[in-house]
Unconditional design. Structure first.
Length: 174
């Protein structure tokens, strides 16, 4: 398994193939459907976004409350197809990778290959394990959305599988 730093994504994204497993380290943002909708409304209105999408990694997830002494609660992936109506635009606005579970639409796959990004998948039902791979969690936007607010996370050796690579290889269409 390759250990990859988010900050060096432009260097390693083109080397990944669908089916590769990676260990991700670095800054990642959470965003689910409600946050995606708000981001797109802000873009439509020409307003500034609360987070830069340039080179961003978005984790489709929302945590449970953090137990005493923990950075976050259980933090497993959400089904990605719920974001498919918004994801192509966000990739074209600078997102390099999304992280979730399940397959993606042809429009998302097209946007991923167009920008040279990737789609990474995590194992559903493993939220407690994944929370142990998050070393910081800070809410940064859309606070009223609760668990669906945008959070800045720091991943440390977060295990993922490449589902769609930058050239269009697709784990779900094999």
């Amino acid at each position: 398994m390759k250990t990859l730093l988010v900050e060096e994504a432009r260097l390693w994204l083109p080397t990944l193939k669908a089916g590769d497993t990676v260990s991700l380290c670095g800054r990642v943002y959470t965003a689910r459907d409600a946050a995606h909708q708000r981001l797109c409304k802000l873009l439509d209105a020409g307003e500034e976004l609360p987070v830069s999408l340039a080179g961003a990694f978005l984790y489709y997830a929302g945590p449970t409350p953090a137990p005493a002494g923990k950075v976050c609660g259980s933090f497993g992936p959400t089904t990605s197809c719920r974001m498919d109506g918004f994801a192509p635009r966000l990739y074209r606005e600078g997102v390099l990778a999304t992280i979730g579970k399940g397959g993606r639409s042809p429009a998302v796959k097209e946007a991923i290959t167009e920008v040279g990004g990737v789609y990474l998948i995590a194992v559903g039902g493993a939220g407690a394990f994944y929370s142990s791979k998050i070393t910081s969690c800070r809410e940064i936007a859309f606070h009223d959305l609760g668990c669906e607010s945008i959070k800045e996370l720091t991943f440390k050796d977060f295990p993922l599988t490449v589902a769609i690579d930058s050239k269009g290889g697709d784990l779900f269409s094999r």
